[in-house]
Design a protein around this ligand. Structure first.
Ligand SMILES: *[C@@H]1O[C@H](CO)[C@@H](O)[C@H](O)[C@H]1NC(C)=O
Ligand SMILES: *[C@@H]1O[C@H](CO)[C@@H](O)[C@H](O)[C@H]1NC(C)=O
Ligand SMILES: *[C@@H]1O[C@H](CO)[C@@H](O)[C@H](O)[C@H]1NC(C)=O
Ligand SMILES: *[C@@H]1O[C@H](CO)[C@@H](O)[C@H](O)[C@H]1NC(C)=O
Ligand SMILES: *[C@@H]1O[C@H](CO)[C@@H](O)[C@H](O)[C@H]1NC(C)=O
Ligand SMILES: *[C@@H]1O[C@H](CO)[C@@H](O)[C@H](O)[C@H]1NC(C)=O
Ligand SMILES: *[C@@H]1O[C@H](CO)[C@@H](O)[C@H](O)[C@H]1NC(C)=O
Ligand SMILES: *[C@@H]1O[C@H](CO)[C@@H](O)[C@H](O)[C@H]1NC(C)=O
Length: 366
């Protein structure tokens, strides 16, 4: 082939060779571990950690209007909270700047160096969860966006390969709640898979998604378990006496305990990875049971005036003045006050019923 090249072709060929070797030694990967923890965080999942990805999607699962964001410095951003969500507060502990939402058109360039948030409210681990409220980005598609868009851009900016870069980042995932809520909504005589089978299948799907991230190069993970879904104001409103729906809570506990067992098996299945499970259920249950001691006056009702669906806040509706004393901001999502407690325990608690097998601060130092 070289024999048939013109002289200028040959010169160009050697020029390219020279250029590529020059490039290589000039751009050796030199990523040092940040002494105080992760270089950044990639966030995946549903509304518990969404920071605005649904704003421009054709879906009903949006929170980009008041009173959402009433306590957030930028006002309504699409966060399902009066202020920060769990990922935001965890980012503060990790000394990271606020992460850009993946679907924000201005996300790119240096803005992605500390991570990106892909979470989409209403989405699930299962591809089939979510479409009931319109177009949302399921976990698989969130990971695809990370892989196809963010990772190549990071490699180019840092002049390092994905396997060199990604171990320096935390992968924080809050998913599964919508899959369970979908199970309770859809399960009926014609769709009679048992909760046990459903949970087994759901965790198998979760494992598949996590393995995709692992294969791309992710090594350090923190998985946010499911909250006591039976105690949210929207569910309480449908039970007698405004009490929790304990069969839904039992489903959340089953998921969380199997998630913990699954993570125990990861050491052998995904070698070199480290997983932390944050038991959001136990933390919130503790807040509900010890409300007064923890400074909460209302752990059963929503702080905002609800829309007709009983889940989201009514647009421009009224809002409780003492938001710090409410556990729930709308019919489903916690206030910043509750998110702050979850993130604090996730980061620093040594209580294994809250964060297992160790906390995120320790994970950041490994
Ligand atoms: C790598 O980066 C650190 C600080 O960022 C610097 O001190 C060190 O000299 C660099 N090493 C090489 C081989 O470029
Ligand atoms: C039962 O679930 C299926 C979907 O699995 C749904 O199409 C059907 O309408 C449901 N039936 C009832 C009575 O809720
Ligand atoms: C579930 O559905 C299948 C097929 O429709 C039926 O054979 C089975 O008896 C059902 N099981 C229960 C517990 O209802
Ligand atoms: C709890 O939720 C399940 C599933 O949605 C429902 O079938 C049951 O009736 C609820 N229990 C109460 C006490 O509302
Ligand atoms: C709920 O109310 C019913 C009557 O409406 C009563 O029989 C039951 O004991 C109450 N349950 C609780 C937990 O208060
Ligand atoms: C551990 O955490 C759980 C859940 O928050 C709490 O109920 C329990 O009291 C804690 N145990 C200790 C020893 O602090
Ligand atoms: C909690 O807030 C809800 C909604 O604002 C309200 O209906 C309920 O009475 C409050 N409960 C307590 C104990 O203050
Ligand atoms: C809510 O209030 C804002 C600002 O006052 C206004 O622009 C908007 O039209 C209102 N939306 C609704 C649904 O009332």
């Amino acid at each position: 082939m070289v024999r048939n090249m013109s002289l200028s072709g040959i010169i160009f060929f050697f020029f390219l060779l020279l250029l590529s070797s020059f490039n290589r030694c000039n751009s050796q990967c030199n990523l040092t571990k940040r002494s105080d923890g992760f270089r950044g965080m990639f966030v995946f999942g549903s509304s518990v950690v969404d920071n605005g990805n649904n704003n421009n999607l054709p879906t009903l699962s949006k929170a980009n209007y008041l009173p959402y964001g009433i306590d957030y410095p930028l006002g309504p951003t699409g966060r399902f909270s009066d202020g920060k969500n769990v990922a935001d507060v965890l980012g503060d502990y990790l000394k990271l700047p606020p992460l850009p939402p993946a679907l924000d058109p201005s996300t790119g360039g240096h803005r992605i160096l500390h991570g990106v948030n892909y979470a989409s409210a209403g989405s699930g681990i299962l591809d089939s969860t979510g479409p009931i409220t319109g177009v949302v980005i399921n976990l698989n598609n969130q990971i695809t966006k990370f892989e196809k868009v963010t990772v190549p851009e990071l490699e180019a900016q840092l002049s390092c390969t994905r396997t060199e870069i990604l171990p320096h980042y935390l992968f924080f995932i809050g998913a599964g709640g919508n899959d369970l809520l979908g199970y309770f909504r859809l399960n009926n005589a014609s769709n009679n898979v048992t909760l046990d089978t459903f949970t087994t299948n759901l965790l198998a799907a979760y494992f598949h998604r996590l393995k995709r991230l692992y294969n791309i190069g992710a090594r350090k993970f923190a998985l946010l378990g499911i909250d006591p879904i039976g105690c949210g104001p929207a569910v309480r409103a449908r039970t007698a006496n405004n009490s929790c729906n304990e069969s839904q809570n039992a489903a959340a506990r089953l998921f969380n305990s199997r998630l913990r067992s699954m993570v125990d098996a990861f050491d052998s299945k995904l070698s070199g990875s480290q997983f932390v499970v944050v038991n959001r259920y136990n933390i919130i249950r503790d807040v509900i049971q010890n409300a007064a001691a923890r400074g909460f006056r209302n752990v059963t009702g929503a702080c905002c005036e609800l829309s007709v669906n009983g889940i989201l806040c009514k647009k421009n509706g009224s809002v409780c003045p003492d938001r710090r004393s409410y556990a729930y901001f709308d019919g489903l999502h916690g206030t910043q006050a509750v998110s702050s407690i979850i993130a604090a325990e996730a980061y620093a608690s040594n209580n294994q019923s809250e964060v297992y097998p160790f906390n995120i601060q320790k994970l950041s130092q490994l």
